[in-house]
Design a protein around this ligand. Sequence first.
Ligand code: ATP
Ligand code: MG
Length: 238
Amino acid sequence: MLLEINSLSVKYGRIPALEDFSMEIKRGEIATVLGANGAGKSTLLKAILGMEKASHGKVVWEGENVTNWSPSRRIKDGLALVPEGRRILIAQTIEENLLLGAYQRDDVDAIRHEMETIYDRFPNLCERRHMQASCLSGGEQQMLAIGRALLSKPDLLMLDEPSLGLSPLFVKQLFKLLRDLNKGGLTILLVEQNTDQALALANTGYVLERGKLIISDGAQKLANDPRLHEAYLGVAAE
Ligand SMILES: Nc1ncnc2c1ncn2[C@@H]1O[C@H](COP(=O)(O)OP(=O)(O)OP(=O)(O)O)[C@@H](O)[C@H]1O
Ligand SMILES: [Mg+2]
């Protein structure tokens, strides 16, 4: 198992945001975590990376308990997160933003080579590599955020609502990119509110409701599970 989450709980003060969550991701798989606003999806990803502390439970990465590791140590060991809202440094150039992803690496030639691969994939970024990131559209900024995460050479790429605010064309490109990256061997953990597309892409799906796991199943089965829609409607109706 590449990643195992066992009974993970996270609290903000005394308020539980994630309770007793468990999941397993095999190498080469795509898993998706779904749920309405406030369900605890971002909290889960942050806890996997170590940006939020677990109040209970553990994160096991490649067989090792990493629950007390710092985020930078986890990144160095192959975990990466494309955060909600992208977090691009708009006053820095596109190239500087990309290089931030490689900040813990010193294999300069390999970094250069991977930068070129990323530029081949995203010609819009290549053309403007020396311009400020503020010149990019929302969709291009998302691609930059993904490129930056790839430069840490992850084994598991986690993405927090990457399709949010993107045009349908960019959403299509994004999902194609994720499929291509996965075909190249990358394991992916995708948080989405775009449930149909996420489940069409993923192997397994998990649904969170108010911090609790309410369903986990094969993605195809989950797509036809009436409880999935209830999870969204139930929250919306309140
Ligand atoms: N830093 C924080 N301090 C206090 N409460 C927080 C903090 N971050 C999140 N919460 C609360 O924890 C719960 C889970 O939030 P989280 O951001 O993980 O949800 P989410 O599923 O990612 O939602 P969204 O779809 O809106 O991004 C929410 O009730 C939220 O208000
Ligand atoms: Mg979120």
